[in-house]
Write a protein that binds this ligand. Structure first.
Ligand SMILES: [Fe+2]
Length: 328
């Protein structure tokens, strides 16, 4: 047997290494394997998409108004005093497949308040939509993840949801969300939020990628985490020659899950004449965290024009293979 086995698919075939071949055959108790076996073997962490992104913010209601009025999101759900929460409130807004949860503390001395005091407004949770949250959690834990939240079943009259979470860089966590048995607007514990005022959408469709800024020398640590714990693959790499100006530089590796729906670039600072923008982030955010969330649109000119009309300011820069429009 050659060290590399070729598996034929309808698209023409691809190669896998001998060890994978042996392992999959052993698992299936056969001497042959088909393409679907290999896909199962490679994607140890099947993820259906981004479920929601939760930001801890100092004023959730005002933030929700901003995301609705300026960014074209619609109201979806609410939790707070009226739903029995005494310590925090969350407003959930949605645009196509993007769900943002905007959470603020209702009293002093909460961890949410401490997070805001240290970091300012920022991303706390990237929730990943999975078929089986317990399995995703247990499989990540078996490969070395650090637990944030053991699996919990939450339910109301619309069904039940299973959630479990693990830590990633900084204070950011990934929460696995299994919602196949749930028909409510967002999650159990939230009520539908249907105010009189709604803004028109601007064509934002889904989360394209979410970038993490990590400390000097830490990029490869987190690349390894996404490879080993989450089963991601590195799909792109930029060094300081690719992403730099005369004054600021960074290095970045882009990690993607098996079906490509989740992409997490990881940045670390690189030396330059002035401080790297990643260093600047780490200093002012006071730690590692999410640098930006990129969202997709089918018509970027139309979306950007509409956002500018609503008061969003832009700076535009060119990378060799893509155009980024960033909101300042
Ligand atoms: Fe980006």
């Amino acid at each position: 047997m050659d060290k590399i086995a070729k598996v034929t698919t309808q698209e023409g075939g691809f190669k896998i290494d001998y060890l994978t071949y042996k392992n999959v055959c052993k698992m299936n108790n056969t001497n042959t394997l088909v393409a679907s076996d290999v896909i199962k073997e490679v994607d140890v962490m099947p993820i259906l998409g981004t479920d929601y992104i939760e930001l801890y913010v100092s004023n959730a209601k005002q933030a929700a108004y901003f995301y609705k009025t300026a960014m074209g999101f619609q109201s979806l759900a609410y939790a707070g005093l009226e739903t029995g929460q005494r310590d925090w409130e969350s407003y959930v807004v949605v645009q196509d497949k993007i769900r943002l949860v905007l959470t603020s503390p209702l009293r002093s001395g909460t961890d949410i308040g401490r997070h805001i005091d240290q970091h300012g407004d920022g991303v706390k949770v990237t929730a990943l939509w999975v078929e089986d949250a317990r399995k995703a959690y247990e499989s990540a834990m078996a490969r070395g993840a650090q637990s944030f939240m053991s699996p919990v079943v939450e339910e109301d009259q619309f069904g039940h949801v299973v959630r479990a979470g693990i830590h990633t860089y900084g204070e950011v966590v990934h929460i696995f969300v299994e919602r196949k048995n749930y028909k409510g607007s967002f999650l159990p514990g939230y009520q539908s939020w249907k105010p009189y005022y709604e803004a028109e959408g601007v064509g934002l469709k889904y989360v394209d990628h979410m970038v993490g800024n990590v400390g000097l020398g830490r990029m490869n640590h987190w690349v390894k985490f996404y490879e080993e714990v989450m089963g991601f693959k590195q799909i792109l790499s930029f060094d300081d020659k690719d992403i730099s100006t005369e004054y600021t530089a960074l290095m970045s590796k882009v990690m993607s899950n098996g079906n490509g729906r989740i992409k997490f670039p990881i940045n670390e600072p690189a030396p330059s004449i002035k401080k790297s923008q990643v260093d600047e982030y780490l200093e002012f955010y006071e730690g590692e965290g999410v640098q930006h969330i990129a969202v997709a649109t089918d018509d970027i000119i139309k979306t950007v024009t509409e956002l500018r009309e609503r008061g969003i300011e832009f700076w535009i820069f060119l990378l060799p293979i893509m155009i980024h429009f960033s909101i300042v």
